[in-house]
Design a protein. Structure first.
Length: 103
């Protein structure tokens, strides 16, 4: 089961990718605009987008590594304590069955 903070990080990464994509599209569409201020703003925005994309890639790598570590720890725990894992799974299944049965 995913940790709430990991789900939040995944959502943040997805949202940032969308924002960066939209900003790049805006830059592409405004390429025909003339003027020193517009050109200066486009260069500044492109620099910020490049930096944001690099940081986003780093953050995504961290999230992936944390997810893998959690999966390895869970796998190790289940292999070390198979009966306890079966008991926990049965207990969770029983509680969910009771909750669903009430409806």
């Amino acid at each position: 089961m995913a940790d709430v903070s990991e789900v939040g990080k995944d959502k943040l990464v997805a949202d940032l990718k969308l924002v960066i994509g939209d900003a790049e599209e805006l830059l592409r569409l405004s390429a025909h605009q003339a003027g020193d201020k517009v050109a200066e703003l486009r260069v500044k925005m492109q620099d910020h987008l490049t930096s944001a994309r690099a940081r986003l890639s780093d953050a995504e790598s961290v999230v992936v590594e944390q997810t893998r570590a959690a999966a390895r720890a869970t796998d190790d725990y289940v292999h070390d304590n198979p009966w306890r894992a079966i008991g926990v799974a049965a207990g969770v299944g029983l509680v969910l069955g009771m909750l669903i049965g009430r409806r």
